[in-house]
Design a protein around this ligand. Sequence first.
Ligand code: 0O2
Length: 216
Amino acid sequence: MTLFEMRAFRESFARFIMPYKFGIDEISTKVSILREEFAQLHDYNPIEHISSRLKSAESIEAKIVRKQCEPSFDEIRKSITDIAGVRIVCSFVSDVYRVYELLAAQEDVHIVKVKDYIANPKPNGYKSLHVILEIPVFLSEGSVLVPVEVQLRTVAMDFWASLEHKIYYKYDGDVPAGLLSDLTDAAATANELDVTMEKLHRQVRGGAVQSRAIAI
Ligand code: 0O2
């Protein structure tokens, strides 16, 4: 590739990726609004933290190769739906579904696909609610619908997934069998923690409602 071609490609890639960044901004704003409103109105915050990432050019390239799709921007737009990614980490499993429903109910949010790895965990124990949604982004030349992958999970699921991700990369995908089985056991422990915490949470919320009723 000549220097001129390299510069032209860089500029086209920057133009291609820009709406995805705005898609992330739109979803992050929606989640921040829900979070703040919840804290104000309900004296409760179901969202622990939010993070986001734009898929790198290298990572897009790897996915094109894996999915055997044409290396053109049009094809990438059609077949890669996780270029914009937002991760919402919630306190409890019930909050994961609650936040999902609140997002899905918004007029400008169009749900394209839901993969419920909480109800149906991956064989290694991975759990999360994956949602591909489309959000309009208003640019100077008109609006475009941008796909964003939103991953919703609990703190325990997030803890497990972060460590598993690090181990996977450390071993370049070839994780020793013993470690894999320990990781699956750890996922079961994380799940038990989620179940116990949810139970405690219900007890505490129930108690709070009861004592408010007595005070009234
Ligand atoms: P990154 O950097 O985290 O984004 P599809 O997109 O539907 O064609 P894909 O990509 O296999 O197919 O979708 P999947 O499995 O629903 O979701 C992929 C993403 O979910 C991964 O993104 C991870 O973020 C997360 N994920 C899925 N399975 C696992 C797992 O076993 N362990 C961990 N830690 N995370 C997982 P990327 O693209 O791998 O990377």
